[in-house]
Ligand binder design. Structure first.
Ligand code: HEM
Length: 509
């Protein structure tokens, strides 16, 4: 009996270890070996963990970007490190990045599978953010026209309305210290949700609570679980711990809410808040090359993906802009002078007037360069592919995951003179031609990524950022409060100030 027990235990342990090796260690090791054999510098291969313990230590000290900077200093523009069982090939050379992100190479790369499994509970799999292949290309073709300037122009009035409401509410705080990070995140959430869902967002009971609390709580739980690597092991990810109940409840509330909104719009029980079509109209009207519309399920998932992709990124861009303005009086002054000239006497910005705000636009781009809200993104190679630059030729094996760190590329001396200096004038358009200065390389500025998986909402975000910036500097005085508050970068997909950004806001005139 004892021997039989021993034998069974031994066999089960052996099977378990074999599965762990086969599923979780061998695939990563193979990729390490193929790339190391080509001379790629690597951090030591540590099964199952990789460099995660070191990353955690840096994260705890709020120095996550130093982790990446130090690896880049040690190894150069191409290297590898381990993130749990998945190795990450870091590529920082703009020529090589062009070979990865360029349209012609799209068949070789897709969004990584672990990203899909993490976000699936919240937004499903059938949306632009995580679908791949034909499904993604079809949806992108159907939705691209919705983000053309004609449609965006009609969304400006919704952006100015929501910003006016927010600023009026801030004035009610009568100069008390407020956390701008929270307020701006809420403002951008309201703008994208009302652009996506129309009048219901204003009138439905609990709409704001559902989107801003349930949705964000679920998203936070998803990010925390991914930092703990829970989703790398499917068995663990199904256990009812580590915030699973928050995710389940939040997702259910948010999905029911979106379903009701779609039904209301279809049956004419709600109207949009934009002058023309809003995002929900665009989703309802879009047709593919066979004349087919999106299914209800696809509309629901696309709408959720827009809210997910579009709110925190723009919110944190605005936070960094405010931080720059509050710590650089001369930049604030130049910005305020331009806004007072283009939008005198409290004029509400229109699409046409926004185009005249050259300094505002340059401040936005320089902030996106030094503080990109999405500081890195990843691509998974799906069939062996060779990439080349002047100095390198590299055969990327299928299944390798590539990490592109735009934060570091935006600070790379090779592409940017005086890389650490905030100099918005490097973006100023030529007054004669209206053209922006040429970049040192088309792939050295990637706040919105590039190629067929670049951000579909980038023009929406740039217009929205300009509206909020112009209206804030036009109407408010703002200063850091307390002056010596600690600003540390927190990176959880989005890069934001870890402890918020506290300031005092008063009426300008
Ligand atoms: C400052 C604000 C924003 C930044 C910095 C930003 C950045 C990015 C980046 C870097 C990607 C590529 C991610 C990856 O490859 O993994 C992306 C994709 C995406 N973004 Fe944005 N984004 C912003 C605002 C928005 C807004 C306002 C919307 C919606 C209106 C939006 C919708 C999307 C969607 C749907 C995708 C997936 C596109 C695809 O794969 O075809 N984003 N964004």
């Amino acid at each position: 009996m004892f021997l039989q027990c021993l034998y069974t235990t031994f066999t089960l342990t052996f099977i378990l270890l074999f599965i762990i090796y086969w599923k979780l260690i061998r695939p990563g090791k193979r990729i390490y070996d193929v790339l190391r054999a080509q001379g790629i510098p690597c951090e030591p291969f540590v099964p199952l963990l990789g460099q995660v313990p070191r990353l955690y230590k840096y994260n705890k000290q709020n120095r996550i970007m130093n982790f990446h900077e130090e690896l880049c200093k040690k190894h150069g523009l191409i290297f590898m490190f381990g993130l749990g069982s998945y190795p990450r090939l870091v590529v920082q050379d703009a020529d090589l990045i062009a070979d990865i992100l360029g349209r012609a190479h799209a068949p070789y790369y897709q969004k990584p599978r672990d990203l899909s499994s993490r976000l699936k509970p919240l937004i499903g799999l059938r949306n632009l953010l995580i679908s791949n292949g034909y499904e993604h290309a079809r949806a992108r073709r159907m939705l691209n026209p919705g983000f053309h300037f004609e449609n965006l122009r009609s969304m400006v009035s919704n952006m100015t309305d929501e910003t006016t409401k927010m600023i009026d509410k801030l004035f009610e705080s009568c100069g008390k210290t407020i956390n701008l990070e929270k307020e701006l995140s809420f403002l951008t959430l309201t703008i994208i949700a009302s652009s996506a869902f129309g009048g219901n967002f204003e009138t439905m009971v609990n709409a704001r609570e559902i989107v801003s609390e349930a949705f964000i709580a679920a998203l936070d739980a998803i990010v925390n679980r991914s930092l703990l690597l829970i989703d790398q092991i499917p068995f663990f990810s199904r256990l009812p711990f580590w915030g699973k109940d928050i995710i389940d409840k939040g997702c259910e509330k948010a999905l029911n809410f979106v379903e009701q909104i779609i039904n209301d719009r279809k049956q004419g029980r709600s109207k949009n808040l934009c002058q023309n079509a809003d995002i929900l109209d665009l989703l309802l009207k879009a047709v593919d090359s066979h004349g087919e519309h999106f299914t209800d399920e696809e509309i629901r998932q696309e709408a959720m993906a827009f809210v997910l992709a579009g709110h925190q990124s723009t919110g944190d861009l605005m936070v960094w802009i405010m931080y720059v303005l509050m710590t650089n009086p001369s930049i604030l002054n130049a910005c305020q002078n331009e806004v007072d000239r283009v939008l005198p006497n409290g004029m509400i910005p229109t699409y046409e007037k926004l185009n005249e705000l050259n300094i505002c636009e340059s401040i936005i781009h320089e902030t996106l360069r030094l503080y990109p809200p999405i500081p890195f993104f990843v691509r998974q190679c799906i069939q062996d592919h060779t990439i080349k630059s002047k100095n390198y030729q590299l055969n990327i094996p299928a299944d390798a995951t590539i990490l592109i760190n735009s934060y570091l590329i935006h600070r790379e001396e090779k592409y940017w003179p005086r890389p650490l200096e905030f100099d918005y004038t490097r973006w100023m358009r030529d007054p004669e031609t209206g053209l922006k200065p040429k970049l040192a390389h088309p792939y050295c500025y990637l706040p919105f990524a590039s190629g067929p998986r670049s951000c579909i909402g980038q023009n929406f975000a740039l217009i929205e950022a300009k509206v909020i910036l112009a209206m804030f500097v036009q109407r408010c005085n703002f200063e850091l409060e307390p002056k010596n508050q600690k600003i540390a970068m927190d990176v959880r997909i989005i890069m934001r100030p870890k402890f918020g950004l506290f300031s005092k806001i008063t009426k300008r005139r």
